[in-house]
Ligand binder design. Structure first.
Ligand SMILES: N=CN[C@@H](CCC(=O)O)C(=O)O
Ligand SMILES: [Zn+2]
Length: 424
C-alpha cells in the first residue's frame, strides 16, 4: 500500500470542476474553478478530497499523519496536462529539412520530393521494435518533465500493416512501462506511399480492407486518423477511411485544413469525428458545422510557429462555440517539441487565447479530444491522481513568463514522478 499524498495550500488550485461530461466551449472555457489556498488528497492513485485547505483537513481528520505532504504555497496546481495529438513514436530526425525550410523550401515541397513523412517512414520501417522503443523513451521523459501525464500517439510512419502494427506495439509497451499514459491512434492514411503515387485509391482500399480490420482486431488503437489535405488524401477518401474505421469500432479523428482549405472540418462534422486537428485554413462554414456537431478543435500553434506560418483562428472558433484543445503535435518534421507549456504560451501569444482558456484547452478539452474526459483533465473526487505543481503564483504568470519550464512537481496516479523539475 502506498501512502496517501496530500498536496497542500496552493495559491491557486485549478480544479476545472464540473467539466467531465462534455467538452467545454465558449465563455465556460474561462472558468477554471480556482480554489485559493487549495488542497488535494490523493489515495490509491485516485483523487479523494479537493477543497480549501481547512475543508480538506476537516475531512481527513486523524488520517493526516498517514500522508506524505507537499507544500504548494505560492504555487499553481493544475490537473496533469494532456497532449491529444502526437506522432511521438518514430525513428530518426529531420534537422536537414529544417535547414532546407530556412532556405526557402516549403513543407509540402519537401514531402512531395520524397522527404518529410516519407523520410521518417523509411527510418521507422528500418528500425527494430527495440530501437523505436529506445528512441521514444526520452521523448516521454521530456513530456513528463513538462507536466504532460497523458499523450495520444499516432502510428503513420509505417504505411504498411506490418510496420503500422510495429509502431502501435511500441506505443503499447511504452504505455505499460512509462508513467506517461499513451492513448493510441491508427494513422495508416498519413501519406500515400511512393509505390501507390499513381493509384492512391488502391492504397486507400488497402487501408480500408487490409489494415483497419487487422488493427481493430489487434486492440492496439482506439482512434483512426487521416491526413485530409490537397495532394495527400481527398475529403472523399478521408470520409471512406473514417467510416470504415467506425464500422470496426475505431473513433474518427482528422488532420483538417492545415495547409489549404479542403473541406476537412466539414468532413469531420459529417462523420462525427471526435476531433478535427490543425484547422489553420478552416472556413466559416466548417467552423459552424464543427460547432453544431460538437467536434473538438485540436489546435497546434507550435506547428504554425515552426513552419513559420499564421496560426489557426482560435478566437473565431471559441466565439462560434467550438470546444478548443491544444497540443504539441510532437513529430520530427513540423513540431519537434515536447513542451506543451510553450504551446500554451503560443496559444496566448499567437492565437489570442486567454491564460485561462489555454489551461482548459490543455487539460479537460484535451482529455475530451481523446475520450478521457471522465478520467483525467480536472481535479475532482474520483478522478485519476494526475497533478502538476507550477512554480508560478497565478495562472496568468504561467503564460507571462513564457518559454520557461515552470514545472516543479508532477504527480502521476498519486505518485511523485518529477520533483524540483527532475525526473525521479
Ligand atoms: N500534417 C501531417 N502530419 C504531421 C506531420 C508529420 C511529419 O511531418 O512527420 C502533423 O500533424 O503536423
Ligand atoms: Zn499530426
Amino acid at each position: 500500500m502506498t501512502k496517501p499524498l496530500f498536496v497542500r495550500r496552493a495559491a491557486q488550485l485549478v480544479t476545472l470542476r464540473g467539466t467531465s461530461e462534455t467538452p467545454v466551449s465558449g465563455k465556460r472555457m474561462s472558468d477554471l474553478g480556482i480554489i485559493e489556498d487549495g488542497s488535494v488528497w490523493v489515495e490509491d492513485g485516485t483523487i479523494r478530497y479537493v477543497g480549501h485547505d481547512s475543508d480538506v483537513l476537516a475531512q481527513v481528520g486523524e488520517r493526516l499523519s498517514e500522508a506524505d505532504q507537499i507544500d504548494a504555497r505560492g504555487k499553481v496546481v493544475t490537473p496533469g496536462l494532456v497532449d491529444p495529438h502526437t506522432h511521438v513514436v518514430f525513428a530518426g530526425s529531420r534537422e536537414n529539412e529544417f535547414e532546407m525550410r530556412l532556405s526557402g523550401a516549403t513543407y509540402m515541397e519537401i514531402m512531395n520530393a520524397g522527404g518529410g513523412i516519407h523520410s521518417t517512414t523509411q527510418a521507422t520501417r528500418n528500425a527494430s521494435e527495440e530501437q523505436l522503443y529506445q528512441e521514444t523513451l526520452p521523448r516521454l521523459d521530456r513530456f513528463l518533465q513538462h507536466g504532460v501525464t497523458t499523450v495520444e500517439a499516432k502510428s503513420g510512419y509505417g504505411l504498411s500493416l506490418e510496420h503500422e502494427l510495429k509502431q502501435l506495439r511500441v506505443a503499447k509497451r511504452l504505455d505499460d512501462d512509462h508513467p506517461v499514459d499513451i492513448v493510441s491512434t491508427f494513422m495508416g492514411a498519413h501519406a500515400v506511399p511512393e509505390a501507390y503515387k499513381d493509384d492512391p485509391d488502391r492504397f486507400v482500399d488497402i487501408v480500408i480492407h487490409e489494415m483497419i480490420p487487422k488493427v481493430a482486431e489487434s486492440g492496439l488503437a482506439e482512434f483512426n486518423d487521416v491526413f485530409c489535405e490537397l495532394g495527400v488524401f481527398t475529403p472523399e477518401q478521408s470520409e471512406r477511411i473514417l467510416t470504415a474505421g467506425k464500422e470496426h469500432g475505431l473513433l474518427p479523428k482528422i488532420h483538417a485544413d492545415e495547409i489549404e482549405p479542403y473541406r476537412g472540418a466539414e468532413t469531420a462534422a459529417r462523420v462525427g469525428a471526435v476531433s478535427a486537428d490543425h484547422l489553420l485554413r478552416v472556413t466559416d462554414a466548417g467552423i459552424k458545422q464543427m460547432a453544431d456537431a460538437g467536434v473538438v478543435a485540436v489546435l497546434l500553434p507550435g506547428t504554425a510557429f515552426f513552419l513559420m506560418t499564421e496560426a489557426a483562428n482560435a478566437r473565431k472558433m471559441i466565439d462560434a462555440g467550438v470546444p478548443v484543445a491544444l497540443s504539441t503535435d510532437r513529430n520530427p518534421g513540423s513540431s519537434p517539441t515536447e513542451s506543451l507549456p510553450f504551446i500554451m504560451n503560443l496559444g496566448c501569444l499567437s492565437m489570442n487565447m486567454t491564460p485561462a482558456e489555454v489551461i482548459t484547452a490543455a487539460t479537460i478539452n484535451a482529455a475530451h479530444a481523446i475520450k478521457r474526459g471522465h478520467v483525467i483533465g480536472s481535479v475532482e473526487t474520483g478522478k485519476q491522481g494526475d497533478l502538476v505543481i507550477f512554480d508560478a503564483p497565478n495562472v496568468a504568470y504561467m503564460q507571462y513568463n513564457y518559454a520557461v519550464n515552470l514545472v516543479d512537481t508532477v504527480v502521476k496516479k498519486g505518485k511523485v514522478v518529477v520533483k524540483q523539475g527532475s525526473l525521479l
